[in-house]
Write a protein that binds this ligand. Structure first.
Ligand code: ADE
Ligand code: ZN
Length: 347
């Protein structure tokens, strides 16, 4: 038995960094750092709206989700060739390895690229080859989750699913992202049903900016395995109880929530309340190049801002990340054992 309560707060930052963890909510296009945007723009002859890396970074002052998405989609326009997708994902895996991420489930937005004439093959194979190299060099396992853009139509989602089917073996599941308000889960009921028939796992952003009712309908209509964000569930105690009873994971992204003004500061984040309610909450980076930090930055800064979070919650969050991941039982057990060893060594 590990005595988690004996581990002092002074040891937390090092422990949070060292503990093995899974990252389950990372938009790979959101890991595109301004330096790489400029490098790829030059390589592909793309003209950017900003004169320098510094000017681009200075524009990362968001007022809500849409103000971020406008800049995020513009940044993704430099991605054209398979090598670009590989380079972007490889840069993420180097950061993930340094943060002791042992497993990552990467979201990607194919419609952002296919709409510009980029073949879906270049997108998926570039990402897949980076995943293969991350396993060979760092021992990181990873999976790809194709996200449908919810501001587009369900018909468009069906089209991109069709294009992706030759690469079905490289995908673990599908997700739903982009502008949440005014685009409820119900809009994608039929395409998600088709994806489930194909054996794909399903996740959806819900309750980030949208109302708690979108979390209920993601569960009831889309039959998702996880909710991305979901933080607005705290507005509905009945929903919190439901999520706890279902052991429905929430992939929470604290720095994102502050950057997109879901909370005024990390000190007001509801992560402690979610854990207290027994929810399977996890910590993730969302779009680390835009929101000021990768997964360990999220862990360290959030724990620093919230005195209710200690070693017990750190252990629980890492444990939850493995419980919520789409991997087989044997691998999950291996990581859970490794996690306990790290905490036993710190106790
Ligand atoms: N696409 C990239 N990041 C997103 C977020 N935080 N919410 C919705 N769609 C996104
Ligand atoms: Zn997200």
């Amino acid at each position: 038995m590990i005595d988690l309560d004996r581990i002092g707060r002074d040891r937390l930052p090092a422990l949070l960094r060292a503990m093995p963890k899974a990252e389950l909510h990372i938009h790979i296009e959101g890991s595109l750092e301004p330096e790489l945007i400029f490098k790829l723009a030059e390589r592909n002859g793309v003209k950017l709206a900003y004169p320098s890396v510094e000017a681009l970074r200075a524009a990362y002052a968001f007022t809500d989700l849409q103000s971020f998405l406008d800049i995020y989609y513009a940044g993704a326009s430099v991605l054209q060739k398979e090598a670009d997708f590989f380079d972007m994902a490889w840069a993420y895996f180097e950061k993930a390895a340094a943060d002791n991420v042992v497993h990552a489930e990467l979201f990607f937005d194919p419609q952002t690229h296919t709409e510009r004439g980029v073949p879906i093959e270049a997108v998926i194979l570039g990402l897949h080859h980076a995943c293969q190299r991350a396993h060979a060099e760092f021992g990181i396992t990873s999976r790809l989750i194709l996200c449908f853009l919810r501001h587009l139509s369900e018909e468009a989602a069906f089209e991109v699913l069709e294009q992706a089917l030759p690469y079905r073996e490289y995908l673990i599941g599908v997700g739903l992202d982009s502008s949440e308000r005014g685009h409820p889960p119900e809009k994608f009921a039929r395409v998600f049903a088709r994806c489930r028939e194909l054996g794909l796992r399903t996740v959806a952003h819900a309750g980030e900016e949208g109302p708690p009712a979108y979390i209920d309908s993601a569960i009831d209509v889309l039959k998702v395995d996880r909710i991305d964000h979901g933080v607005r569930c705290v507005e509905d105690p009945g929903l919190v109880a439901r999520l706890a009873a279902l052991r429905m994971p929430l992939t929470v992204c604290p720095l994102s929530n502050v950057k997109l003004c879901v909370y005024p500061s990390l000190g007001q984040h509801q992560l402690p309340a979610l854990l207290e309610a027994g929810l399977v909450a996890t910590v993730n980076s969302d779009d680390p190049a835009y929101f000021g930090g990768y997964i360990n930055d999220n862990f360290v800064q959030t724990f620093e801002a919230l005195p209710q979070l200690g070693a017990r919650q750190a252990w629980q969050l890492a444990r939850n990340s493995f419980e919520a991941s789409f991997v087989d039982e044997a691998l999950r057990e291996t990581w859970l054992r490794r996690l306990d060893e790290v905490f036993a060594g710190a106790g």
